[in-house]
Design a protein around this ligand. Structure first.
Ligand code: LLP
Length: 491
């Protein structure tokens, strides 16, 4: 086949995937600041080449830029503080620990002036180990155990985000049993669901999270579950009701959905303040800000989203005649996602021929036209990145250990698991000469990859290294075979 033929886009590629003009070039929105090709053509972070990382730590490996993480954390805090300065004096940014958490990261979060959102006793344990002040912690979850609630009270958490009427009663009981008061936010479902470019609004919610704002959502009273919770919270001696919370979804690019949710919650907040003669001083608008996984993803800068949200909060509060509550947000992915890439070593390669997708033209309808798809196997897979399997998530990949002048070839990067759905990158153009022993880098793997990792097929979970100012350190050790066998109690 000629190079010319190989430079054409493959009919097997999805419409959004363009053949890159230069296969060696990095698309900056997908990469942490400090990632570039060095003079030898190798991918390097802060000057540390991937070959050195592989030699010291092995592969697969999560490679995180600490500076990038810190910069994104700061940029959210600064952008929202600035946009909301005249509205409520600034914004409390809770980093969503579920996206990626370890002691080092919890420490960076605190050092950059952010707070930390947790959703389990385990995440609270990490926060405690990092020495985070309980006042700067929140606890989420639709099924918190009594032990987790007690732990939150032990640690004097700044807020417990209560998810249901059932839980509200339990928190009240546990707190008053201890002669204490729990600081509580109520998680409401405003009927706004955002997904990347669009959002949908529904009256009723059919999901496990949150208290519905639909008017007839409780059978007994005919009130909304949200209102019933406000009424109950104000009557329980063990509860200090701080305010309201919502989280409308993830990987959202446009601010419209956040704005609509903010309007709905502010309207409800104003109504409750009058009806129950209370003050609700806080409103949390959740996380969900999108990042670039592929060249077609176009995230907005934090400042743009912050300003759009501030404009809505400002005008809605004026319309309602209320003073604005203190706003908080909970970004996870937008802080950690792009800070990290996964480094893999290429193993087995195979090319299959695939029938052209039917597109109605004579060529594909008539004859048996096939096209090549190359499978590039790497030494990890769905155990270190479950997102393609779980959510059909798209990623990208680049040849990292060298440059190549070879023609682009439509490739599918797959893992080493015993499962045909074990895909890391469904569709990507890689140089035709990619070979066993090459290193591949998959960008944007900081959020919900290590966090969702597993030991499927008894693979050891990879370690995480952090690079800052040209030096590298292990922040989570990779598992060993001994770790894998440790909990097996034997015969
Ligand atoms: N706040 C709450 C209440 C949440 O449930 C979440 C995410 C966040 C904040 C942070 O959202 P972020 O800014 O990271 O999008 N595993 C899925 C995403 C699950 C999100 C769960 N909640 C994924 O990998 O796409």
């Amino acid at each position: 086949m000629t190079a010319h033929a190989l430079n054409q886009s493959s009919p097997l590629a999805p419409d959004w995937l363009a053949v890159p003009a230069d296969l060696n070039a990095l698309h900056p929105p997908m990469w942490a600041a400090g990632v570039e090709r060095n003079d030898d053509g190798e991918l390097a972070l802060d000057g540390i080449p991937v070959s050195a990382l592989k030699e010291q730590f092995g592969t697969p490996l999560f490679v995180m830029s600490e500076s990038d993480f810190r910069a994104r954390a700061r940029s959210f805090k600064d952008a929202f503080d600035e946009a909301f300065a005249d509205i409520c004096g600034g914004v409390d940014v809770y980093y969503a620990g579920k996206s990626f958490l370890c002691t080092a990261v919890a420490t960076w979060v605190a050092e950059e002036g952010l707070r930390l959102d947790t959703c389990s006793g385990g995440e609270l344990a990490v926060a405690a180990r990092a020495g985070i002040d309980g006042a700067n912690l929140g606890l989420h979850g639709n099924n918190k155990s009594d032990a987790e609630i007690s732990r939150a009270l032990d640690m004097r958490l700044g807020r417990i985000v209560v998810d249901s009427l059932d839980e509200l009663e339990r928190v009240a009981k546990i707190a008053s049993g201890r002669g204490e008061t729990a600081k509580v936010m109520l998680r409401l479902t405003p009927g706004v669901h955002a997904h990347t470019h669009e959002f949908i609004a529904t009256a009723h919610e059919d999901q496990k999270f949150g208290l519905s704002m639909a008017e007839d959502s409780t059978e007994q009273s005919g009130l909304s579950a949200a209102e019933e919770a406000v009424a109950a919270a104000t009557s329980y001696p063990g509860i200090e009701l701080l305010g309201l919370h919502c989280h409308i979804g993830s990987q959202i690019f446009e601010p419209d959905g956040f704005a609509l949710a903010a309007e709905k919650l502010l309207g409800f907040l104003a109504e409750m303040q009058v009806k129950y003669s209370i003050q609700l001083p806080e409103l949390d608008l959740g996380g969900g800000y999108g990042i670039a996984y592929t060249p077609v993803d176009t995230p907005r800068p934090a400042a743009e989203i912050a300003q759009a949200m501030a404009a809505v909060v400002r005008s809605k509060c004026a319309e309602l005649g209320i003073s604005a509550p203190r706003i908080s947000i909970e970004p996870g992915r937008a802080i950690v996602g792009t800070s990290t890439f996964t480094l893999y070593e290429v193993g087995t390669l195979k090319t299959v021929r695939v029938d052209a997708p039917a597109n109605g033209d004579a060529e594909s309808a008539g004859e048996n036209v096939t096209h090549p798809r190359r499978y590039v196997s790497v030494d990890g897979g769905m155990s270190d990145n479950a997102r393609p399997v779980l959510y059909d998530a798209d990623y990208s990949a680049i040849l990292a250990s060298r440059t190549s002048a070879a023609a682009p070839q439509l490739s599918r990067v797959v893992g080493k698991h015993c499962e045909s759905g074990d895909i890391v990158v469904r569709d990507v153009y890689l140089p035709e000469d990619v070979a066993a022993g090459d290193l591949l880098a998959v960008p944007g793997t900081g959020a919900y990859c290590w966090a969702l990792s597993s030991n499927y097929n008894y693979l050891a979970r990879p370690g995480v290294v952090a690079v800052r100012d040209g030096s590298v350190r292990l922040i989570v050790r990779g598992e060993t075979e001994e770790d894998l066998l440790n909990r097996d109690m034997g015969v």
